[in-house]
Design a protein around this ligand. Structure first.
Ligand SMILES: *Cc1c(COP(=O)(O)O)cnc(C)c1O
Length: 367
């Protein structure tokens, strides 16, 4: 294994090299098979991923963003509708809503970076159709409270699980609580492919059938199109890679949990705030996010010491150029904005060496 003293914020090669032969042989099998899109591997992966999560159906699509917008399309969310989402999410969550013409309505996050469920009801109007719950950074949101609110107000629940493959709330995997769970297999995710990919999961056969048809130009029977659909198909190479990685997902998660718990016990610097672990929630630690009021100095200091960091995310969606049309003023989501100004993700990845972890800890503690 290559080791140099440049520690990247995330790296995707270590997991590949630890099962290199298996990935390469499976990729070659697909290349030699003569069948490259929506085949046996996709079908098998859909079954295996559904079984892993404990949900009835899974449909592979081309990306996490596609999973999101197609999920809202399947639920009939459109112009004039409102969908509630936390303010501090990746912009793809919000685009999944607005691509359908619906309006995202932002709610402040709680201290665990998930939606603050005590602030959802004040945002519900007669136009509200759904809540999009994002299990940000790998930590499950408080699904008991969310489900209670959804039931009371008859709202759909969509879960954005792009960062939370296998994360649990009260022992039940995220993506299986709401009407639809949306996953991304972008290479940097815990269950990452070697290119783009995504999936939706559901227990509802009608939703499954709609999305299964919609992703392939709205057709089940070739050249007989029922609706104006999309080209959002998972390819065979990615599905074959994902079938292998899915076998190791518990290993990947355990390793991230070990690194996170080492960080939680050994990071010790009064100037940084460590992430809080929510009771009843089993994080899969997609990111390890600290907060620091001197973030720019800290990230520059770490960069000078060959430690890469990332900000997830510097511009909250309501302040991004893309959403200026919503006319939400700066200062209207103070917690969201405070987080955007102070969060910093430090290195955590599969195959992170002990000496790399120790180096990161020592450098942060010495800041
Ligand atoms: C990565 C991500 C997405 C989008 O997934 P893509 O596969 O990149 O389209 C959506 N939501 C969240 C929270 C993400 O982290």
């Amino acid at each position: 294994m290559r080791y140099d003293f440049q520690i990247m914020p995330n790296r995707m090669d270590r997991e590949f090299f630890s099962h290199q032969k298996e990935y390469e042989e499976a990729a070659l099998r697909v290349l030699r098979s003569g069948w490259y899109v929506l085949g046996e591997n996709v079908k098998r992966f859909e079954e295996e991923f559904a079984q892993y999560l404990g949900t009835a159906y899974c449909v592979g699509v081309a990306s996490g963003l596609d999973a999101l917008w197609i999920a809202f399309r399947a639920l009939g969310i459109k112009n004039e509708d409102e969908v509630i989402v936390q303010g501090n999410t990746y912009i793809a969550s919000v685009m999944g809503i607005s691509i359908n013409g619906a309006t995202p309505v932002f709610v402040e996050p709680d201290e665990y970076y998930n939606i603050d469920t005590s602030r959802i009801e004040e945002k519900i109007t007669e136009k509200t159709k759904a809540i999009l719950v994002v299990h940000l950074y790998g930590q499950a949101a408080d699904m008991s409270s969310v489900m209670k609110i959804a039931k009371k107000h008859k709202l759909y629940i969509v879960e954005d699980c792009a960062q939370a493959h296998g994360a649990c709330w009260n022992g039940k995997k995220v993506g299986t609580f709401g009407d639809i769970g949306c996953f991304s297999f972008y290479p940097s995710k815990n269950l990452g492919a070697y290119g783009d990919g995504g999936a939706i999961v559901t227990n509802n056969k009608e939703i499954r059938d709609f999305i299964h048809m919609f992703r392939n130009y709205g057709s089940e029977k070739r050249y007989y199109n029922k609706v104006v659909g999309a080209n959002s198909r998972l390819d065979e190479i990615q599905a074959a890679m994902l079938r292998i990685k899915l076998k190791y997902i518990e290993e990947i998660t355990c390793e991230k949990r070990r690194i996170a718990s080492k960080y939680l016990t050994e990071l010790d610097n009064g100037i940084i705030m460590l992430p809080d672990v929510r009771p009843n929630s089993d994080s899969v630690w997609h990111q390890f996010v600290i907060r620091c009021n001197k973030r720019e100095e800290l990230s520059k200091y770490l960069a000078d010491n060959n430690i890469g960091t990332i900000i997830h995310y510097p511009v909250p969606p309501h302040q991004s150029e893309a959403y200026q049309y919503l006319k939400i003023e700066k200062g209207s989501l103070p917690i969201t904005e405070k987080y955007a100004d102070s969060v910093l993700s430090i290195p955590i990845y599969t195959g992170m060496l002990e000496e790399e972890q120790k180096y990161v800890i020592d450098k942060i503690n010495a800041f």
